[in-house]
Design a protein around this ligand. Structure first.
Ligand SMILES: [Zn+2]
Length: 168
């Protein structure tokens, strides 16, 4: 399943990339360009725009009903039945490309010395050439993801108290 997100949904797009889903997001795209790309690349349109979903060409789509990111994520995960395990952090968060593993020796000059000394697995975005490695903020993200996933399991009971509003 592939997505294109409208201008209102930048954070949601970033998190779908964290979850490994191919998600086009460009705040400068017009509605017409979004429809054209969605059709050409068979992408589901994620939008906050109640008028856009009425357009007969805006298919398939999901109208995102919430302003806050955790609510948006839970809606998308639930309604599209997304499977999140096994694909985390496989995609560049900036340009959406699939990351490629890279030999540690090749990144020596590109990463801070302490990172080189303490990390063993590196990957690189083939488009922007950014180097990625498992770091402490990844642990924090995984804790947030666990909360979202837990919520998915218990969400039907309406337990909202566990979830923090800011996942930026
Ligand atoms: Zn990139």
């Amino acid at each position: 399943m592939r997505f294109i997100a409208d201008v209102m949904l930048g954070k949601l797009a970033k998190w779908l990339r964290i979850f490994g889903y191919d998600t086009v997001y460009n705040p400068y795209l017009t509605d017409g360009e979004i429809l054209r790309i969605a059709k050409a690349e068979q992408r589901l349109i994620l939008t906050r725009d109640t008028r856009l979903v009425l357009c007969r060409y805006a298919k398939p789509n999901l109208l995102v009903e919430h302003d806050l990111l955790p609510d948006q994520l839970r809606q998308v995960i639930r309604e599209l039945d997304l499977q999140l395990k096994g694909k985390l952090f496989s995609r560049c968060l900036i340009c959406n490309c699939l990351l490629q593993p890279i030999n540690k020796e090749l990144v020596r000059a590109s990463v801070p010395a302490y990172v080189f000394a303490t990390q063993s697995l590196f990957s690189r975005c083939p488009y922007c050439q950014r180097i990625f490695w498992p770091a402490t903020h990844i642990d924090k993200m995984q804790a947030q993801i666990r909360e979202i996933l837990n919520y998915k399991e218990i969400g039907e009971r309406g337990d909202r108290g566990r979830v923090h509003p800011d996942y930026s």
